[in-house]
Design a protein around this ligand. Structure first.
Ligand SMILES: [Cu+2]
Length: 97
């Protein structure tokens, strides 16, 4: 199954339309995904971000600017905090049901 962008709603991180785009970059996540689902991640910024679980093992992917990538949701339900390795201000939580 694929959880599309509309499910993990706008995991299209932020906007980055300003010169200081990095500061305005933020993860935006809504809703939840099913355990083990393939989650599409769309990067609407023009530069690379990563989606990296805080626990260091659950998921980790680098998404080039204006590209998409996927992660496999953890197989166990729960709340998984994640961050971007490049921009220390970017944090969010993936809810797996
Ligand atoms: Cu980033």
């Amino acid at each position: 199954m694929t959880a599309t962008l509309s499910t993990w709603t706008k995991l299209a991180y932020g906007v980055g339309q300003l010169a200081e785009g990095v500061k305005n970059t933020a993860f935006s996540v809504a809703g939840s995904v099913k355990a083990g689902a393939t989650v599409n991640i769309k990067n609407d910024d023009g530069f690379t971000h990563t989606v990296t679980s805080d626990d260091g093992t659950s998921f980790n992917v680098s998404v080039d600017g204006d590209k998409s990538a996927t992660i496999t949701a953890p197989s166990k339900a729960g709340s998984y905090k994640f961050h971007c390795n490049i921009h220390s201000n970017m944090h969010a939580t993936l809810t797996v049901e």
